[in-house]
Design a protein around this ligand. Structure first.
Ligand code: SAM
Length: 244
């Protein structure tokens, strides 16, 4: 008997060309694609001739059943997640359920929206003399009782806040970095309607409100948003040390 297997594929941040070659090839072969809602650009779905089902509003049991029925019918199934499936996805619980039915899932990474956001801002998240670390986090909400945003914001690191646009006012009230720290909100990074709003801890919430952005955006906090006093990299210079 042949192995029962599906693929969990990262669709990338939006631009249909930012999926991996492997991801695109798997979509071309798929009979069924179960994709994760509005953050998967419909243009990515054009790579498949298979049936496409939006998992938005479906329970874990329902998506599991759809997958199991399709695999048992001999179909090639792709679960397509926005960005990279390892960030704010639910793939561990999905694969655990599928295992109960003898189905394995191979993961194919994708370009996370966090990197499309850096590209939109024309910056780096790590920059000599400015920030050596990136914190990826989300605000408290239905699935998280208490967040660590106040503590993280004291560390002088770049912060990328997913799933937070609707709570931007609360977030800016609780951060403990200086009020003039640069902040950017990027809506639909890499999509044709990408929007970048720049400000500071003090005024970004008002600017985002005025722009009418409520979701599908990321908040970046830190001096890398407006890089000034950075030190040049020694990568190409005479002072080059070991690259580790
Ligand atoms: C459920 S998470 C999925 C993240 C995804 N796995 C990734 O790696 O990008 C959804 C959140 O990701 C962020 N997001 C996803 N796509 C985005 C994009 N193109 N531009 C800006 N933020 C995006 C938003 O913060 C959104 O609320």
């Amino acid at each position: 008997m042949s192995e029962k297997k599906i693929y969990i594929v990262g669709a990338g941040p939006g631009d249909e060309k930012l999926i991996t070659v492997k991801g695109k090839e798997l979509l071309e072969q798929a009979d069924l694609v179960i994709y994760a809602g509005s953050l998967v650009n419909p243009k990515v779905l054009e790579y498949t001739k298979g049936e496409c089902i939006d998992s938005y509003g479906l329970t874990l049991d329902e998506t599991t059943q759809l997958t199991v029925d399709a695999v048992n019918a001999g179909k090639f199934v792709v679960r397509l997640h926005s960005g990279d499936p390892a960030l704010y996805g639910s793939i561990v619980e999905q694969t655990e359920e599928l295992k109960k039915f003898g189905i394995t899932a191979e993961r194919v990474p994708g370009v996370s929206s966090v990197f499309a956001v850096a590209a939109a801002l024309e910056t780096q998240f790590t920059l000599n003399n400015v920030s050596d670390s990136l914190i990826i986090t989300r605000p408290a909400g239905t699935t998280l009782e208490q967040d660590q945003i106040p503590e993280f914001s004291e560390m002088g690191c770049t912060m990328a806040i997913f799933l937070g646009t609707q709570k931007i006012e609360e977030i800016m009230e609780k951060v403990r970095c200086p009020r003039d720290t640069p902040v950017a909100v990027v809506f639909h990074a890499s999509w044709p309607n990408q929007e970048v709003i720049r400000g500071t801890v003090d005024d970004i919430a008002q600017k985002v409100k005025e722009a009418g952005i409520k979701r599908s955006a990321m908040i970046i906090i830190g001096d890398v948003v407006d890089p000034k006093n950075y030190a040049k990299s020694y990568l190409y210079g005479v002072k080059q040390g070991p690259l580790d």
